[in-house]
Structures are given as structure tokens and as C-alpha cells.
Design a protein around this ligand. Structure first.
Ligand code: HEC
Ligand code: HEC
Length: 405
């Protein structure tokens, strides 16, 4: 079945986007090496606030090189620390190579006490990706020199230098910490790195090529291509131009704790701030199911330039979706026959009134290995355990949907 999938490598051609000026502003080579800049920033304690620095930056303008087209050499785009223009300086540089240790990535001010640096802001998406019961802790560093370009409210573009970390723990033990760095202004200019914790929990070490059953658990660490399957770019498509999957207007439309849409607006960190929170349309049952699909399926099944080419379906909720029937999930899933997944006893992506006839439900209750021998599971990667709560949320929606004609 998978061999019928078109592998469109032109997908790899980066779609340059109009950077808001801060992107390539500081093309001067960073004065300090990544590691020294990182350690000095930890020492600085990250107390610098965003507000003032942003104002300076806007005023300075600093004549950026803007949309760099996406094909530049990665080494030329170190920005931030030591940058030339506008009197604005980022605390952390936009590194293009991952440091060897998690302690060098800037997440922790003191890794022995697990004290997170002040500039690394905790946040949580209101709908999270199921990760086999692992607990997740998320932090983001938003560079002082830039704002999030929210011109497209459903496709935020983060400023060069943005870093995010996601840490997985099971039974109170840290297993893995993932990091993303936007190092250049093109959508493909993203560094993915991941670190495996040691048994003593003193530090975590860069993992290249993935790892299985970490620290005696069932938790697997994906390789870099694995990151790209969900975040993009990926040869067969998948991911979002934003690349940051849990940091969007809908996901941050909640009351906290941590960084939220409201706090980003209040701090002036959005280029086109909305009036306030967005709501996923529908009743509680509908919102649960739509939010679940948005977070767990929408990174691959979406209608952006990065979404899966085939089959085309869109599981993401948009900020402009006024009611349930306007959502991509309703229009492209409900009572829509499956195009590829045929001959497995179900006929629709979602069939009103029947979980057995809803291939999305069926595939969510399948688990095998990532690929062969079980090609049925959805999402196809990142999980080995059925998400009982998520499956029930989808089942509750299916129960109230109208049956297929
Ligand atoms: C199965 C799909 C999937 C895979 C594989 C995956 N991610 Fe993610 N990742 C997500 C989704 C969805 C979110 C947002 C939801 C959440 O945080 O629960 C996310 C969130 C993150 C975040 C927080 C910033 C953000 O995008 O919201 C980081 C950092 C991250 N992932 C790094 C990585 C790295 C590095 C890898 C590879 C080692 C990787 N991810 C593999 C789907 C995936
Ligand atoms: C990492 C990317 C990825 C994620 C995340 C993902 N899918 Fe898929 N999905 C695919 C690919 C690739 C295909 C096409 C090949 C296949 O059918 O296995 C597909 C196909 C499907 C199909 C068959 C559609 C048809 O018309 O034949 C269904 C149903 C489906 N996915 C449901 C889901 C659901 C539900 C989720 C979330 C719980 C999800 N997928 C998450 C990659 C993904």
C-alpha cells in the first residue's frame, strides 16, 4: 500500500517566506562560539525582559537581508549574539549545530538542581500529542530581537533564534529532551536535536540516529528523519511551514499556566495580535474530538504546502472556523470514503454512528511497529500504546455524527 504513495521530492524545495526583517538582520558572524555564548547566557540568568529589547529593535530596523530564499549555507546565518544592528542582542545565538550535552543548550540555568533558565518560558498546548503516557514539559525561548510573525494566524512564523524544548519523563524519571532551533528565516531552516538522559539524571547526551527502549522503558527516541515526519520537511510531506506544532493560536488559547496567547499579546510579541483567545467550535464533545485531531493528526493531515499530498485531508482546526461543519475535519473526514486505506473492513475516514466503519478510529486502535508488519496504526510513528482517552473522545463524536448517506 505504501508503495503507491507519491514521493514528491520537490517538496524539499524550501518555500521562502517574507521574513519580517528581523530574520536575516544580523548577518554578521556571531562573535562568540555557540558554546561560550550559551554558557554566558546561563550565567546572565536570563533576566532581561522582552519589552525594551523589542522596542529598540523595531526602532533600529537594522536593514535585514529578509527572505533569504532558503538555500543559503547554514553556517552563514548565525544571528543574534554579537549581532550588528539596532542595539538589540539576543541572549542565545541561532546555532546550526547541536551542542553535545543538554546542559549546553541553554534550557537549564543549573542542570544539577534542574533549574530552568528564566528566558526559557514554560508553556503547554491545550491539546497535546499522545506520547504513551509520558509526561511532557515544554519550554520556549523567544529571541529578544524579533516578534512572531502572525500575519497568517494559522501559520505562525517564529523569529530566527527561537528555541523550544520538550522533555519526556516516565514515572518521575527524565528520559529524553528534544530541541528545535530556528536558525534561519526560511521554513526549512530548523535544527532538530534530541538528548537522552543518563541513569543518574545528571545530564543528557545528544543522540544521533535514534534509540530504542530508553532507560529500561518502552520509550523510543526518533532519528532526525523521524522528527521531520511530523514537523517537516519530509520527502513524502508532512509537517507545517511553522514547524512549531504546539505553539499556535488555538493551542495557546487557554488560561495557563505558562505562556499563553494572552501573555504573548500583552507582551507585544505578536506582529499582528488578535483581539483575544480563539475557541474550537462546538459542544464539549465536538471540541474534544476536533482538538484531538488537530494535535495528533494535523501535523501530517493538513492543507498547507507541507501537508501530505495524498490522501488530502485536513485534520487541523483553523482560527477562522466558525462552526463544526466548517472545520477541515468535518469537511474532509466525516462520511468521506477512504481513498488509500481500503479492504480493511472500514469504508470512511469517519462514519457517523459507527466506530467500526470509521477508519480513523480503527487505525487509532491499531498498534504495531512503526512500519512493517503493521502498517495500519495512526499516527504511524511516535506511539506504541493505544490512547484510550483520545480514542474515546473520537468515539463520542462519531456517536453523534449523522450516518453516511
Ligand atoms: C509523531 C509526530 C512527532 C514526532 C515523530 C516528533 N514530534 Fe515534536 N512535536 C509533535 C507535536 C504534534 C508537537 C506539539 C504537541 C505537543 O507538544 O504535545 C511537538 C512538539 C515538539 C516540540 C515543542 C515545540 C513545538 O513544536 O510545539 C519540540 C522541541 C519537538 N517537538 C521536537 C521534536 C524533535 C527534535 C523530534 C525528533 C527527535 C520530534 N519532535 C519528533 C510531533 C512530533
Ligand atoms: C506522521 C504523519 C501522520 C500522522 C501524524 C497521522 N497520519 Fe494518517 N496517514 C499518514 C500517511 C502517510 C497516510 C497514507 C498512507 C496510509 O494510509 O497508511 C495516512 C493515511 C491515513 C488514513 C487513510 C486515509 C484514506 O483516505 O485512505 C486515515 C484514516 C488516517 N491516516 C488517519 C489518521 C488519524 C486519525 C491520525 C491521528 C490520530 C493520523 N492519521 C495521523 C500519515 C500520518
Amino acid at each position: 500500500m505504501r508503495s503507491t504513495l507519491p514521493l514528491v521530492f520537490s517538496a524539499l524545495v524550501a518555500v521562502g517566506f517574507a521574513a519580517c526583517g528581523d530574520g536575516g538582520a544580523d548577518t554578521a558572524t556571531a562573535a562568540s562560539s555557540a558554546s561560550s555564548a550559551l554558557s554566558s547566557s546561563s550565567a546572565a540568568g536570563g533576566t532581561a525582559g522582552h519589552g525594551g529589547a523589542l522596542t529598540t529593535h523595531s526602532a533600529g530596523g537594522s536593514g535585514g537581508t529578509g527572505g533569504q530564499g532558503g538555500e543559503h549555507a547554514s553556517s552563514s546565518v548565525a544571528t543574534g549574539a554579537g549581532g550588528a544592528g539596532g542595539g538589540c542582542q539576543n541572549l542565545l545565538p541561532a546555532v546550526t549545530e547541536p551542542p553535545a550535552k543538554l546542559s549546553e543548550t541553554g534550557l537549564y540555568a543549573d542542570i544539577t538542581t534542574k533549574k530552568v533558565a528564566a528566558y526559557a518560558r514554560a508553556y503547554a498546548p491545550q491539546f497535546s500529542l499522545w506520547a504513551d503516557d509520558a509526561k511532557k514539559q515544554r519550554h520556549v525561548y523567544l529571541p529578544e530581537c524579533g516578534t512572531i510573525d502572525t500575519t497568517d494566524m494559522d501559520g505562525w512564523q517564529f523569529p530566527v533564534g527561537t528555541r523550544a524544548w520538550k522533555e519526556f519523563s516516565l514515572g518521575g524519571k527524565r528520559l529524553e529532551t528534544r530541541m528545535m532551533v530556528r536558525y534561519g528565516s526560511a521554513t526549512k531552516d530548523i535544527l532538530y536535536a534530541t538528548y537522552q538522559w543518563d541513569e543518574e539524571q545528571t545530564d543528557a547526551t545528544l543522540v544521533v540516529g535514534g534509540a530504542k527502549n530508553v532507560l529500561g522503558t518502552d520509550h523510543d527516541i526518533p532519528d532526525e528523519l523521524g522528527c521531520r515526519r511530523c514537523h517537516g520537511p519530509y520527502p513524502a510531506k508532512g509537517g507545517l511551514p511553522s514547524r512549531f506544532l504546539g505553539l499556535d493560536a488555538l493551542q495557546l488559547s487557554h488560561d495557563g499556566p505558562g505562556l499563553t496567547l494572552a501573555s504573548l499579546i500583552a507582551e507585544g510579541l505578536l506582529s499582528s495580535p488578535p483581539a483575544g483567545n480563539f475557541v474550537v467550535p462546538g459542544t464539549a464533545i465536538e471540541r474534544e474530538a476536533l482538538g484531538y485531531l488537530h494535535a495528533n493528526c494535523g501535523s501530517c493531515h493538513n492543507d498547507t504546502s507541507e501537508g501530505l499530498l495524498f490522501p488530502s485531508f485536513n485534520a487541523r482546526v483553523k482560527t477562522t472556523d466558525a462552526d463544526v461543519v466548517s472545520t477541515g475535519a468535518y469537511k474532509t473526514m466525516v462520511n468521506q470514503p477512504t481513498q488509500l486505506f481500503v479492504g480493511f473492513g472500514c469504508n470512511y475516514r469517519l462514519a457517523g454512528g459507527s466506530t467500526a466503519n470509521s477508519c480513523s478510529y480503527v487505525r487509532m486502535t491499531e498498534r504495531g511497529t512503526d512500519m512493517a508488519p503493521n502498517l495500519k496504526q495512526m499516527p504511524p510513528t511516535g506511539t506504541e500504546v493505544i490512547d484510550v482517552t483520545g480514542t474515546a473522545a473520537l468515539g463520542a463524536w462519531i456517536a453523534i455524527l449523522p450516518p453516511p448517506p
